[in-house]
Design a protein around this ligand. Structure first.
Ligand code: ATP
Ligand code: MG
Length: 652
């Protein structure tokens, strides 16, 4: 099966959805943005930078004199927190709700922009009192509570870079990130609510900080009220120190290239990398893309991004994009099935959420739980639905549109990475005729294409490697403390181009389809087969909710396809199901893509950000010791899977 034929197969059942007329008629961004950006890319970004309020307007746009080290808007000065908070109050919108916080136990709290300004100012004053200065690093290890946003903005306000570490990571993972960033202060909480119970955070910090001599203070937010160990002189209650601060704080401007944050990648493909982002270019693109891709109308929309603040989606599309745009948003602390599997839809109904941003892993879970659950709630407020994190299977895309979006809403499948800082490839909801499963085309001002092994651009209808051919404002500036790794990882495979590490195809219209990580591509009897395509074929079977596919070494075919499958809520395993699924893939994609083994499992190994870690499944399938599991949600999943897989794969 050539890649061309398999794509044709995948497109056979393709459906297209035109933008709703009403949305198109009043869309924030229309088709001419592509032309304008193509005619003058830098001029386009200079114009978008004017969305922000600068203390000193930049006169330069891009400095690319020392590639791959970019500077954007280098002679401009701004304060990122001022842009996310104060200016909205100054514009008369202080009474607008910035955050509707919904705690897992059912407590809720709404914070206006004026209140947010006071809270961020107090926190900034508190950090200053504790000796944090411009250029320092602060580690943040918090649950999904408003203080996480306030802490990040307080750091930005005083020019300290934050390094947010996902609240579920172990003490070891926190300690290595604190050490790598050389953080001076840590902000944490006693705990947070997860799955109906308070879950402690402070013990991991106590352990991690005992190994981090440079940390002078630990600021502790009280969330659950549970008992905590206390180190006198080091630990400080957040409420005690912030309550006695002034709510006045004058935000100083910083250079556009001043570091804003360090964030470690999810670790799907290996050891996490500490990605450095800076201020002016990052905020420009986070703000523009949030405005364009969600068509945000700050006066009327209620936006909700379900990502955790500990990964990049939480940074760019909970904190910096929406708040710089003056959005009203929902932040939810807990899990989607507490206390019941309709919790998300209950929240959408309660707040009248209009724009929803979530991940394919969540969508597939909702499919698994059943259509009847969202059907119990009023979801008619929704008008744009977003997806991020992994390729979304056409089946899940269509389910999302029908069962959550009532068959009306555009779906924006947004491709980007921790490294890109903001969305890069995505439909525009008022412009694009969408295709389930495709991220479609680079956003205005972004240059992306697909190349072959020799760096030649592939023609429409072919596949290869996704590359970015021009620098962009929110690009990473380096890997923290390791310029050489930055060059080697992203800029060496195809000199002069940014190599994303993802495989992709262009269809006959030139639209881009993401095909999963290059490391995961399988080579079966001389044919390249993408994990995404086989997984999508499996998920298109009515009994399958989710699947992960890997290529395991095989004496005859080079690699053999091994599929791990989770069934939908109502489906039952049966003796002939594995065979039926193999045949289904054979019929959908061709006989070569038929998995050699199909294993029905209850869980898949996922990162904390919800992505499938195929490299671990490959380790199991090839009987190797497991690689880095530090960012895995639940390591017992691997034992269960291991017990399902006999060491020598049998012939069928
Ligand atoms: P690591 O780099 O440590 O392996 P990671 O790549 O999972 O971790 P992130 O930066 O959170 O860390 O994820 C970016 C990756 O997620 C992309 O490179 C791509 O593989 C995948 N991805 C994100 N959005 C999409 C999307 N809309 N379609 C397809 N793939 C996506
Ligand atoms: Mg990555």
């Amino acid at each position: 099966m050539s890649s061309k034929e398999s794509l044709a197969n995948l497109l056979k059942e393709e459906r297209r959805f035109a933008p709703p007329a009403e949305l198109a008629a009043s869309a924030n961004v229309t088709a001419d943005a592509y032309e304008q950006a193509a005619a003058d890319r830098l001029g386009f970004w200079a114009e978008q930078a004017r969305r922000l309020t600068w203390a000193t307007e930049p006169t330069q746009t891009l400095d690319w004199s020392n590639p791959p080290f970019a500077k954007w808007f280098a002679d401009g000065e701004l304060n990122v927190a001022y842009n996310c908070v104060d200016r909205h109050v100054e514009a008369g919108n202080g009474d607008r709700v910035a955050i509707h916080f919904e705690g897992e136990p059912g407590d809720s709290r709404s914070i206006t922009y004026a209140e947010l300004k006071d809270e961020v100012s107090r926190a900034a004053n508190a950090l200053t009192e504790l000796g944090v200065e411009k250029g320092d690093r602060v580690a943040v290890y918090l649950p999904m509570i408003p203080e996480a946003v306030i802490a990040m903005l307080a750091c930005a306000r005083i020019g300290a870079a934050h390094s947010v570490v996902f609240g579920g990571f172990s003490a070891d993972a926190v300690a290595s990130r604190i050490a790598d960033a050389d953080a001076k202060l840590v902000i944490t909480s006693d705990g947070g609510y997860r799955r109906g119970k308070p879950s402690a955070l402070k013990p991991a910090i106590d352990d991690a900080v005992s190994r981090s001599p440079q940390v002078t203070n630990v600021l502790v937010v009280r969330r659950t009220g549970q008992e905590v160990e206390w180190t006198e002189g080091r630990d400080v209650w957040w409420h005690e120190i912030t309550e006695r601060q002034s709510a006045e704080h004058t935000a100083q401007p910083f250079d556009a290239e001043h570091p804003l944050f360090i964030l470690y990648t999810s670790g799907t493909t290996g050891k996490p990398k500490g990605i450095l982002h800076t201020s002016g270019g990052y905020l420009t693109q986070a703000s523009y893309t949030h405005h364009a891709v969600f068509d945000l109308k700050p006066e009327t929309d209620v936006y909700w991004c379900t990502a955790d603040i500990g990964w990049v989606t939480g940074h760019s599309y909970i904190v910096y994009g929406p708040l710089s745009n003056g959005a009203t948003q929902v932040i939810y602390e807990g899990t989607p099935d507490t206390p019941h599997q309709g919790r998300f839809w209950e929240i959408v109904q309660k707040y009248g959420v209009t724009l929803l941003y979530t991940a394919p892993t969540a969508i597939r879970t909702f499919m698994k739980w059943g259509d009847d659950i969202p059907a119990k709630f009023d979801l008619t407020s929704l008008r744009v639905l977003g997806s991020v994190g992994e390729p979304i299977n056409p089946e899940a895309w269509v389910w999302y549109r029908e069962h959550i979006g009532g068959g009306r809403t555009p779906i924006v499948d947004t491709w980007w990475q921790t490294e890109t800082g903001a969305m890069m490839i995505s439909p525009l909801p008022g412009v694009t005729e969408t295709k389930p499963g495709s991220a479609q085309r680079a956003l205005p001002g972004i240059a992306a294409t697909v190349v072959d092994d020799e760096a030649n651009e592939v023609p429409d209808g072919s596949g290869g490697y996704l590359v970015l051919t021009e620098p962009w404002p929110s690009m990473l500036r380096t890997i923290w403390g390791d310029d050489q790794r930055y060059i080697d990882t992203y800029w060496s495979r195809f000199p002069g181009r940014y190599f994303a590490g993802d495989g992709a195809k262009k269809d006959d219209d030139g639209d881009i389809w993401l095909l999963g990580r290059v490391d995961d591509v399988m080579l079966v009897s001389g044919h390249n087969i993408s994990t995404t395509e086989v997984e999508s074929a499996l998920v298109s079977h009515p009994k399958v909710a989710e699947s992960a596919v890997v290529g395991a070494a095989d004496a005859t075919t080079g690699q053999a396809i091994v599929a791990f499958v989770i069934l939908r809520g109502t489906a039952e395993d049966s003796a002939d199901l594995a065979g039926a699924l193999r045949d289904h893939v054979g019929k959908t994609l061709g006989p070569i893509a038929k998995p050699k083994r199909v294993l029905i499992v209850n869980e898949l190994p996922k990162t904390r950000s919800g992505k499938i870690m195929r490299r671990l499944l490959r380790d199991v399938a090839e009987n190797r010791e497991l690689g880095d599991v530090t960012t895995l949600t639940d390591s017992t999943v691997m034992d269960l899977i291991q017990s399902k897989l006999p060491s020598a794969p049998s012939e069928d």
